[in-house]
Write a protein that binds this ligand. Sequence first.
Ligand SMILES: Cc1cc2nc3c(=O)[nH]c(=O)nc-3n(C[C@H](O)[C@H](O)[C@H](O)COP(=O)(O)OP(=O)(O)OC[C@H]3O[C@@H](n4cnc5c(N)ncnc54)[C@H](O)[C@@H]3O)c2cc1C
Length: 416
Amino acid sequence: MATTERLVIVGAGQAGFAAAAKLRALKDDRPITMIGAEDVHPYQRPPLSKKYLLGDMSFDRLLFRPEQWYADNNVEIRLSTWVEEIRRDEKQVLLQDGVVLDYGTLLLATGSTPRQLPASIGGTLDGVYVMRDKRDADLLAEAMLPGRRVLIIGGGYIGLEAAAVARYRGLEVTVIEMADRILQRTSASQTADIIRSIHAAHDVVIREKTGLDHLIGKDDHVIGGKLSDGTVIDVDCVIVGIGVTPNDQIADMAGLDVKNGIVVDDFGRTSDPSIFAAGDCASFPWQDGRIRFESVQNAVDQAEAVAAVIAGGGAPYRPKPWFWSDQYDVKLQIAGFNLGYDQTLLRPGAREGSYSVWYFKAGEFVSVDAINDATAYVVGRKLLELGISPDKVALADPGCDLKQLLPRVRPLEETA
Ligand SMILES: Cc1cc2nc3c(=O)[nH]c(=O)nc-3n(C[C@H](O)[C@H](O)[C@H](O)COP(=O)(O)OP(=O)(O)OC[C@H]3O[C@@H](n4cnc5c(N)ncnc54)[C@H](O)[C@@H]3O)c2cc1C
């Protein structure tokens, strides 16, 4: 397809890159300009809190494509600058460096920003870190020296992955979680119990139902934390992992519909038909409401769905959520989305240390957490794709081969 209509992509991250690559794969040759606030070409974030932070993976291996790919594919990429304003009437964006670019179509793939602690409780002291980009990971890696004491605020995936890396790097680790338990927002108590015991075995101190009152500083550097139960602990550094907020400010300023993210329809289109959004920043229709997903699966699949629409075809985006987390030598894989489950079933896996937790809502299977259990993950994902709820009696029987829960594919001679 030959067209001269320029697509401007705001945000050179997972979703922005996926959209550009998909358009080229669809043989759509319109000019593309991608604008990225960071000073590096698009890369994958998940290893930042895993192998990259540990020093086991070089940055080159995080890049989606080498620099040359962009020139070879006629994708202009402008780094270290950002879009400050969308001028919808003129179909232009204004960059921070003063450059004004025309667009035919605009894709907002601006991601999200970690929540910070307020300055009033010590959030701006030196030694307090968040985890979102390469720069954050590099700063944190410098601070993670053996023997140091780190306080991790938030027992979600980012905090727990950082805890595992910190232990591998020889730090003393305390995690505080103000909710009743770790992983409260994303997982059932059975999964949390398993993950908690793995951290305990690595001497991580996890304090649940415990918030932060304030951080204590000396000469502008953090040296301690007063917890909500009155305890004071000495620390050398702090990692804040208390969730993210969508980067929807420029959309909001431009008068687009924004509500905990940029509001889009099933096709990723915003309230302005020539502007799309995808990835962490986009709030899309899901069941009876709207949702934002913060995952690689969503960023890639939604961006590719939007690219297909921009290319002139496309179908509504129907997410098939999956997610993973690596902590120590434990791989947690999640298929489906467990929003509002009412029943769970814990199943031991075939080998020691492997488990799966199956979630049901009104009798329907909605998701599975597989802990060192690739079979449970693969079978669960397949069942979700097929829209089949497994037989719970068979599922609860550790002797039952999970693969038997999948519909039998009849050999050709039987179907003839
Ligand atoms: C440490 C870490 C570990 C993670 N681990 C996992 C995991 O194990 N599994 C999983 O599924 N997901 C994981 N995620 C989540 C996943 O990486 C994100 O959901 C995904 O990157 C979202 O893609 P995105 O394109 O929406 O945003 P991003 O990849 O964040 O890209 C957005 C980009 O836009 C830029 N930007 C923002 N505003 C502007 C502007 N106005 N102008 C120009 N540029 C702008 C930002 O600087 C950023 O570079 C992890 C995330 C982090 C931070």
